[in-house]
Write a protein that binds this ligand. Structure first.
Ligand SMILES: [Zn+2]
Ligand SMILES: [Zn+2]
Length: 391
C-alpha cells in the first residue's frame, strides 16, 4: 500500500488526446523490459519484503537498485527472492553485485540460487559479494561464503567443464562491521557506504548508495540506531525495517507475549519506532519494510507508523517499483510473467573447458541404457544436428 507522496510533478490534465490504435506511454503498472531507464533516473524494486518464512506473496529480504548509468546492485538476497529477480527479465551478466546487511538466512540464503542459477542462466563472470565481518572471523561474510563453497562442492564440480567456468566463481569483499559511513564500493560514479546496525548479535550493517545527486539508504535489521538517523539524512528513498506489531506476532505467529516484546521491540523496530526514526531522517520517501503486508495487518502497522510520522510513506510488499528522479518519486507495482526464461546473455557464448570435467566412474557408466537412448532419440537428434549444421 502506498500513499501519494505529494511531491514532484502534478498531472493537472484529466483528459488527453488519444489514438485508439496506439498504446499510451505511461502505464499504471511496471512491465519489465518495456521501459528505458532515464540517464538521471534510479529505479528501485523490492524483490523480497517478508519474514524469515518466505511465502508465495512475499519472499524474504531483497532489493534491486538500477541506475541510469547502467549499473545494477542487489541489497540482501533472502530466501525465494531470486524468483522475483528472474521475473524482471534482466540478463544475469548485469546481476553480479550483491551487498549483504547481515547473515540471517532471510537476508542471504538465495545467494546460492543467484550464484548457481545466475551462472547456468548466462552470467559469464564471478558473482561479487560485499558483506560485514563479525566479531569473530567465523561469524563474518567471508566464512559464510566459504561455507557455501563447501556445501556446493558437488554442484560446482558437476558443472565445471559442462558450462563456461567464469560464472562459477564468487568473490567476497568483507569489510569491518564497525566502520561508520565507510566507503565499501566506489566505481563508475557510484559510492556505497556502510554503517553499523543494532541487531541480534554484532555484525548487522546498513548501506547508503549515492549516485548522480540521488541517495538510496537501506537499513539492515536493527533496533532503531543513531547511525541510521545520521547517515540516512538527505535520502531520496530510505528503506528501514518495520516489524509486525506485537499483537500480530502473538495472534498470527503464535509467539509467547514476552517473546513478542523481545523480538518486536528489542531486536527489531516496531512500527511506531519506525515512524519516529523517519520523523528524524525526513527522507523524500520512507519505505516500511520487513512485515507481512496483508489486508488485515497493514492498517494496524500504518496507524502505528502514523502515530509518530506524517511524511511520505510506502508500505513495502514484493515487486513494488520506485522510479526516483530529482523531480518525482513514482511508486507502482510490477506486473511480471510468472513463466519467464533467463534473458539472453550480453556477451558471446564462451566454450566450456572440457579439461575441467570430472568423469563418472566406469561402474556408474555401466548402468547407462545407451541403446535405448540411441533408438529413442536417434531420429530427433539427426534432425536437430541437420538444422544446426552439426556433424
Ligand atoms: Zn530479517
Ligand atoms: Zn535479521
Amino acid at each position: 500500500m502506498t500513499r501519494k507522496p505529494g511531491l514532484g510533478k502534478h498531472h493537472e490534465a484529466n483528459w488527453m488526446e488519444q489514438d485508439p490504435t496506439k498504446a499510451r506511454a505511461e502505464h499504471s503498472g511496471y512491465f519489465p523490459n518495456t521501459e528505458d531507464l532515464g540517464a538521471d533516473e534510479m529505479r528501485v524494486i523490492i524483490l523480497g519484503s517478508g519474514m524469515p518464512n518466505a511465502r508465495k506473496s512475499q519472499a524474504s529480504a531483497s532489493i534491486l537498485v538500477e541506475l541510469g548509468n547502467g549499473d545494477k546492485f542487489i541489497f540482501d538476497i533472502g530466501s525465494e527472492s531470486v524468483a522475483n529477480l528472474g521475473a524482471l527479465e534482466i540478463p544475469y551478466d548485469w546481476l553480479d553485485k550483491v551487498f549483504i546487511t547481515h547473515l540471517h538466512q532471510d537476508h542471504f540464503a538465495d545467494l546460492l540460487a543467484l550464484w548457481i542459477g545466475g551462472w547456468t542462466g548466462g552470467r559469464h563472470g564471478p558473482l561479487r559479494v560485499w558483506g560485514p565481518s563479525g566479531d569473530k572471523p567465523e561469524l563474518g561474510t567471508k566464512a559464510a561464503i566459504e561455507g557455501f563453497r563447501n556445501s556446493m562442492l558437488w554442484d560446482v564440480t558437476s558443472r565445471m567443464g559442462e558450462v563456461p567456468s567464469g560464472g562459477g566463481e564468487v568473490q567476497v569483499n568483507e569489510f569491518d562491521y564497525l566502520g561508520e559511513n565507510q566507503v565499501v564500493y566506489q566505481e563508475n560514479g557510484v559510492t556505497i557506504r556502510s554503517f553499523p546496525a543494532v541487531h541480534a548479535i554484532d555484525g548487522s550493517v546498513s548501506y547508503s548508495l549515492e549516485w548522480n545527486g540521488l541517495k538510496f539508504v537501506f537499513g539492515g535489521d536493527t533496533y532503531p540506531n543513531k547511525w541510521y538517523v545520521e547517515y540516512a539524512k538527505g535520502a531520496d528513498l530510505a528503506i528501514h525495517e518495520c516489524f509486525p506489531t506485537m499483537d500480530q506476532l502473538v495472534d498470527n505467529y503464535k509467539f509467547q507475549p514476552m517473546t513478542a516484546i523481545n523480538v518486536a521491540i528489542h531486536v527489531h523496530t516496531a512500527p511506531s519506532a519506525f515512524g519516529a526514526v523517519m520523523d528524524l531522517v525526513k527522507p523524500r520517501m520512507a519505505v516500511a519494510w520487513h512485515f507481512y503486508n496483508d489486508f488485515d495487518t497493514r492498517y494496524d502497522v500504518y496507524e502505528q507508523i502514523r502515530s509518530t510520522y506524517d511524511g511520505p510513506l510506502a508500505l513495502a510488499t514484493d515487486l513494488i517499483v520506485f522510479n526516483v528522479t530529482k523531480d518525482e518519486i513514482r511508486v507502482r507495482e510490477a506486473i511480471v510473467n510468472p513463466n519467464t526464461w533467463p534473458a539472453p546473455p550480453t556477451m558471446p557464448p564462451e566454450k566450456p573447458d572440457h579439461t575441467l570435467l570430472t568423469p563418472r566412474s566406469d561402474y556408474i557408466n555401466s548402468g547407462m541404457l545407451s541403446d535405448l537412448v540411441d533408438k529413442a532419440v536417434g531420429p530427433e537428434l539427426a534432425d536437430f544436428k541437420k538444422r544446426h549444421g552439426l556433424d
